[in-house]
Ligand binder design. Structure first.
Ligand SMILES: [Zn+2]
Length: 339
């Protein structure tokens, strides 16, 4: 699979100065994949499996592999957690090119991207949005556009009302489409809803983090992927429904839309998404009773590569086209404790 950039976008001409300034590794590949964990706790088997797949897809298609710490949620993220996650990934044998990017260093880039996007202030409370969603013709899960066409005088008034309670408005994209199609290597063409998504959250002005803005994940991830030259996004399929919104944002910002590879999640024995409450599921917990080889063995076997116990061995065995045709590429894997 050579992964030609496949997108429906019309890249705006002069935007290529956004292309990677970090493509200085030894690889002569034609693009980059990435893993982008949120540092709010230790990585568990499901996280590790997605990380391994992201690494395998990138390396087996001649790409660079980049690591990005998604610490945009300032309340829940910590540098200590980020370091533990990076140490765990390295312990598995995953390696990456160039230095790790942290979202907390990227706020200027998000601000610059915002300035290029058509957007408007939204004064709605959560309750307003819930009520609007119950109106006839409302589309479930989509913002109804209450604040899209307000007059300047109405905005003035609503802004003042929020300010009385120390609140600031959110900023929403003024979307010009209602759906967008992306390409997924495992699922084919995927079309999903696009609405006036939040670009920067509002809320209590006193509770906004020390970096001064509460950027929305959709904006941050698109700007980071675009600036890092990421053209292959491997991640859990719980994010599939976000891909059309992100693809559309990428297009508006003049980035190529990446190829997506949404992989099935790891489930617990009750069929729910694996989580920390499911017992000893983090790498550190599992390693109390078993070896790193046995963890890699279980990861490999969950991907259909029985008998491989090193990351290098897995990398030699992995073929993205072969993998895409297997059950492992389509069905969730149920986790059982290896010990
Ligand atoms: Zn609103």
């Amino acid at each position: 699979m050579e992964n030609p950039p496949h997108n429906k976008s019309q890249p705006h001409g002069a935007e290529h100065e956004h292309r990677p300034n970090s493509r200085t590794g030894t690889s002569s590949g034609t693009g980059a994949g990435r893993y982008a964990p949120s540092p709010s706790g230790d990585l568990h088997f499901g996280n590790l499996r997605t990380a391994v797949l992201a690494w395998l897809f990138a390396r087996s298609t001649g790409r660079q592999f980049l690591m990005r710490v998604e610490d945009i949620d300032q309340q829940r993220s910590s540098m200590e957690s980020a370091q533990r996650q990076l140490d765990d990934l390295a312990a598995l044998g995953i390696e990456w090119d160039t230095k790790v990017i942290y979202q907390h260093d990227r706020y200027g880039a998000y601000e610059a991207a915002l300035a290029k996007l058509p957007h408007y202030e939204c004064y709605c409370s959560r309750k307003d949005i819930q009520e609007a969603a119950r109106a006839p013709h409302a589309i479930p899960g989509q913002y109804s556009g209450t604040c899209r066409d307000l007059s300047d005088a109405e905005r003035e008034e609503k802004r003042a009302l929020l300010a009385d309670t120390s609140r600031v408005p959110a900023l929403r994209l003024r979307a010009e489409v209602s759906s967008f199609t992306v390409h997924d290597e495992l699922l084919g063409e995927y079309t999903g809803d696009v609405d006036d998504m939040i670009l920067r959250r509002g809320g209590n002005a006193n509770q906004i983090g020390p970096l001064g803005s509460d950027w929305a994940y959709n904006l941050a991830v698109v700007v980071d992927d675009g600036d890092q030259g990421i053209d292959q996004v491997v991640r859990g399929d719980d994010l599939l429904s976000s891909a059309p919104r992100q693809g559309y944002l990428a297009t508006l910002l003049g980035y190529d839309v990446p190829n997506y590879v949404h992989v099935p999640l790891v489930l617990n024995s009750a069929g729910q998404r694996l989580a920390k409450r499911d017992g000893a599921v983090t790498l550190r917990e599992v390693l109390e009773d078993s070896s790193i080889e046995s963890v890699i063995g279980q990861l490999a076997s969950s991907l259909g590569y029985e008998g491989t116990t090193t990351a290098e061995g897995l990398k030699e065995a992995f073929d993205p086209v072969e993998f895409a045709a297997t059950d492992a590429a389509r069905s969730p894997y149920t986790w059982t404790n290896p010990s």
